[in-house]
Design a protein around this ligand. Structure first.
Ligand code: GLN
Length: 193
């Protein structure tokens, strides 16, 4: 059973812990570099990407984590986590830094204020015909993806789920609903590396 670290700086850590365990891996909340290095993969939770960025800098984790991900550590980010895994940011806060890894441009708060939270079915490529009940909360979307990125899901033409090698990102929050297909996909990606 793989050990999956849940980056425990801010955001819905407990929900990801539960989801990863239900998907068949051990979930370990992590905030020290040694704990992260000991894990087989890492989840960057939903929350607030500017807070994740500031705390990662304060904990001296931003550069080490960036290097681990660039070096092939499997990672899954939901919502703010998707922002953290983007190589390029649109509408980031002033000076906002990310971890990068996925060759995509992600727009923060892309859906705008008036519909900043909603739930919609999204069909996910490779995860069966049954649409995924996707919860979007001040969600980003990917505006552009490079040739190495597989688009797994779209919402009204907007890219909301992507995979690039061992990296997975969703604009919505699979940790907040009981359907475990996304976490199971990530666990299988971790097992495959
Ligand atoms: N809008 C948030 C951000 O910029 C993300 C929201 C979320 O993770 N639910 O980080």
């Amino acid at each position: 059973m793989p050990d999956i670290g849940i980056l425990a700086l801010q955001g819905d850590v407990a929900e990801h812990v539960r989801a990863v365990e239900e998907a068949g891996a051990r979930a370990v909340p992590v905030r020290r570099l040694a704990e992260i290095e000991a894990a087989d993969g890492i989840v960057i939770p939903g929350g607030e990407s500017t807070t994740l960025w500031r705390l990662a800098v304060a904990f001296d984790l931003l550069d080490p984590l960036r290097k681990l991900i660039a070096g092939g550590m499997p990672a899954f980010g939901s919502c703010a986590g998707m922002i953290m895994l983007a190589d390029r940011l649109a509408d980031g806060a002033s000076g906002q830094q990310v971890l990068g890894g996925i060759d995509m441009t992600v727009r923060r708060n892309a859906y705008g204020r008036q519909i900043d939270s909603f739930e919609r079915p999204v069909v996910l490529d490779g995860l069966g015909d049954e649409p995924y009940h996707a919860v979007f909360i001040r969600a980003p979307w990917a505006e552009q993806v490079g040739p190495g990125v597989s688009v797994l899901g779209t919402d009204g033409g907007r890219i909301v789920a992507v995979q690039q090698g061992p990296l997975l990102a969703t604009a919505f929050h699979p940790e907040l609903t009981p359907d475990r297909r996304v976490h199971e996909l990530f666990v299988s990606m971790v097992k495959g590396t």
